[in-house]
Design a protein around this ligand. Structure first.
Ligand code: PLP
Length: 402
């Protein structure tokens, strides 16, 4: 069979299903009243979204565009978990009116809610509220925000959270039924989730909240050698939550992204040229750092190589080769290969664990989106074709012949 034209992503459905099953099994065992909200921002490829939907996940969205995409892909308003600081008032109201989950993030949203509640005095609105709290103090050195502070939700320590609750209490047809506590961490450790669960109990007890849900957000590890997996997190979360909540009354919501999809996704690239400049060997590939590390933070990658010619023992070993992308940006250097056989055109470099925050952060820069294949029972089926100039100009209001 002829090799497929690179670059392209592959999502292995069997591995994806395995992770989804691991997630639901461990939630069932630890807290059998649960809900999965798939994090759209992590990767909203329509095929992937439809996989999640078929498997019962709600859509966790953080903008009007993501909300509209969820609706376009068949989600009902009641199947949406609406988070983040950048909601639109119209979509915010639609989700609330239909009984979806909305986690309030700002004073402005409380005002929107007050307007909505006043317009619909006979309806009761159930909302969640996002708590901003000092997780760094509980888990020193582990959080993304560090000692400064997180930017989202209402701050527990400064009293803004309590103030928001007081304002909401004055709205007779509004009740606070949920607590959202997503916090990004560098470690993604079990200890982080223990602390988040402890915080849920502390807040609920202090403010005497009767909650129908606690939403832990995302941020789990999945498929990373020597790191926790879903079954490591939820027994600990359940142990902590049980101090104040019970599955009979309170649903546990999780919003996984990267942990579900990283392990199942690879990015296949080819070497198309090599060049020597002032003692450096540059290996030019048809994949770019923008495809797999758009935020330019990665220092190493998991990958394997398929060499074009089988007998690589005949190739000289190069002390250093700079594996680079196709773009015209100098920073498009993907990794430094040390003491490896010399790369030649036709070699394939296949990056692993690239499902989260890669496709969704791909820019339309120099090359349009690469195709995506789904792998099932060893067979590849295209679920997104390569984007063309026609796709690129689709939203343009300018016509070439005008
Ligand atoms: C509110 C919320 N939920 C879920 C996620 C998904 O996180 P991850 O992909 O790390 O699981 C994020 C990511 O930042 C988030 O902000």
């Amino acid at each position: 069979m002829e090799a497929l034209q690179t670059p392209y992503f592959v999502i292995d459905e069997d591995i994806l299903s395995g992770y989804y099953q691991m997630l639901t099994d461990s939630l069932k065992r630890s807290w059998d009243n649960y809900l999965i909200g798939y994090s759209f921002k992590t990767n909203s490829l329509p095929w992937l979204v439809s996989f999640m939907k078929k498997n019962g996940a709600f859509a966790e969205v953080v903008s009007e565009d993501e909300y509209l995409l969820a609706r376009y892909l068949g989600y009902d308003n009641s199947e949406i978990i609406y988070n983040g600081p950048y909601k639109s008032k119209t979509s915010f109201c639609s989700v609330l009116l239909s009984g979806g989950y909305v986690n309030l993030d700002s004073r402005m949203e409380i005002e929107w809610l007050a307007d909505l509640a006043a317009e619909h005095p006979t309806q009761t609105f159930s909302v969640g509220i996002r708590a901003n709290f000092d997780l760094e103090k509980m888990c020193p050195g582990e959080t993304t925000m560090g000692e400064v502070s997180g930017r989202f939700g209402f701050c527990y320590e400064t009293g803004k959270f309590a103030e928001a609750l007081r304002t909401l209490k004055q709205l007779s047809n509004v009740s606070v039924v949920g607590l959202h506590l997503h916090s990004s961490s560098k470690s993604r450790s079990v200890g982080i989730f223990r602390s988040i669960a402890q915080m849920a109990c502390r807040i609920a007890e202090e403010y005497q909240l009767t909650l129908s849900y606690v939403d832990l957000g995302g941020g789990y590890c999945g498929g990373m050698e020597g790191r926790p997996e879903y079954p490591d997190y939820f027994p600990v979360v359940a142990e902590e939550l049980s101090h104040y909540f019970s599955p009979a009354k309170t649903r546990l919501i999780v919003e996984p992204g990267i942990s579900l999809i990283s392990k199942c996704t690879t990015f296949v690239t080819s070497v198309f040229d090599t060049r020597d400049i002032k003692g450096s060997r540059y290996v030019m590939t048809d994949g770019s750092r923008f495809n797999i590390d758009a935020t330019m933070i990665k220092t190493d990658h998991l990958f394997h190589v398929e060499y074009a010619a089988h007998d690589i023992t005949k190739r000289p070993v190069r002390e250093q080769q700079i594996i680079s992308g196709y773009t015209c940006m100098e920073c498009d250097r993907i990794f430094l290969s040390k003491y490896q056989p010399e790369y030649i055109p036709g070699d394939r470099i296949i990056y692993e664990n690239v499902g989260g925050y890669t496709m969704s952060l791909n820019p339309l820069f120099i090359q349009y989106f690469p195709p995506v294949y789904r792998k099932k029972d060893g067979e590849l089926t295209q679920v997104r074709r390569k984007w063309t100039p026609e796709d690129y100009v689709r939203g343009s209001l300018f016509h070439v012949n005008d």
